[in-house]
Unconditional design. Structure first.
Length: 91
């Protein structure tokens, strides 16, 4: 906990980083690691539930329907069209 009694964000970030480093340094092929990450995301993702794209004009509503092998999120818009989303701020 932080000195103010809340969650210590720095400690959480450090723990996530440590776990991530340990995960990627496993002695497994990258494709196996990728499948494990995607399987984990699929386990926790809220597929089929409407989500709002706050950075889209008009706060577009989409429904997540899958995760691609490269980590892109597949969504269906209200017009029925599917497309892939990526968090480009990480690139």
């Amino acid at each position: 906990k932080s000195p103010m009694g809340g969650i210590d964000a720095a400690a959480v970030a450090a723990e996530i980083t440590s776990e991530l480093v340990a995960f990627v340094h496993q002695d497994l092929p990258k494709d196996v690691l990728s499948r494990e990450v995607i399987a984990g995301w699929k386990k926790w993702a809220e597929f089929g539930k409407q989500q709002v794209l706050r950075d889209a004009e008009g706060n577009e509503i989409v429904v997540p329907i899958g995760i691609e092998a490269d980590g892109q999120l597949r969504v269906r818009g209200q017009d029925g069209r599917e497309r892939l989303l990526v968090a480009d701020y990480l690139l």
